[in-house]
Design a protein around this ligand. Sequence first.
Ligand SMILES: NC(=O)c1ccc[n+]([C@@H]2O[C@H](COP(=O)([O-])OP(=O)(O)OC[C@H]3O[C@@H](n4cnc5c(N)ncnc54)[C@H](OP(=O)(O)O)[C@@H]3O)[C@@H](O)[C@H]2O)c1
Length: 243
Amino acid sequence: MKSVLILGATSDIAQAVAKKYAAEGWSLTLAARDTVALEPIAADLKIRADAEVKAVQFDATDFENHAAFYESLSPKPDAVICVFGYMGDQESVRSDFGEVKKTIDVNYTGAVSILNIVANDFEQRESGAIAGISSVAGDRGRQSNYIYGSAKAGFTAYLSGLRNRLAKKGVHVMTVKPGFCRTKMTEKLELPAALTAEPEQVAAAVFSGMKKQRNVVYTLWMWRYIMLIIRHIPEFIFKKMDM
Ligand SMILES: NC(=O)c1ccc[n+]([C@@H]2O[C@H](COP(=O)([O-])OP(=O)(O)OC[C@H]3O[C@@H](n4cnc5c(N)ncnc54)[C@H](OP(=O)(O)O)[C@@H]3O)[C@@H](O)[C@H]2O)c1
């Protein structure tokens, strides 16, 4: 039975991803900083999907312990899905460097720290698959969330480089760029229904993208074209727009 490690497993998207992998017969290692919140999620998957599920503690910003965390996993995963992320309030981020640092530490440094360790293992084993949940926010910096967006842009570039490095070793690396998705992270935002995915839609796209060895997946699909247009708006016009 193949096993998947889901990092940030209390996230709404991660829970939907876990359900999808469990339904497809994978065994799961769910990793999150809040193991108390993780327990009912793991129990539910065991009962509903009759899945093999382990729950482990993991903090994306506890960089020094990432190697020991990965070392402790037995067996080592066949696939790793990096889902955790943090988006604070853009207004407070402007005047609070603690919030800036947290945004970068979780979305970029934490992801790079743990995935470097995973990548070295997969490279040596010459097998494995990695998916990172980045964001369309990383495709172009906008005044409304460029701190979060710049951390995700860094993560997107990292995943691109990792894909380029590991392809020669038979290791697949996929970048997932959700547009809007209805989760805890966006519960205070008014989202346009036609452009907003449910976590289950993102999960289905992650599973099928990994199966088909896609490089970059947008969810919903139309975000690929929306971002294509946004990326090509000339800077002299873009800087005057309210985005
Ligand atoms: N929702 C959207 O519209 C949207 C759009 C584009 C990209 N994304 C990305 O999708 C991913 C999943 O987010 P979501 O929408 O499902 O939101 P969510 O439910 O709020 O999930 C965010 C998760 O990140 C975890 N996390 C935060 N800091 C962490 C840390 N230091 N160590 C470990 N875990 C940490 C949180 O854990 P706790 O439960 O412990 O707080 C939570 O489980 C994120 O990477 C997000 O940036 C979301």
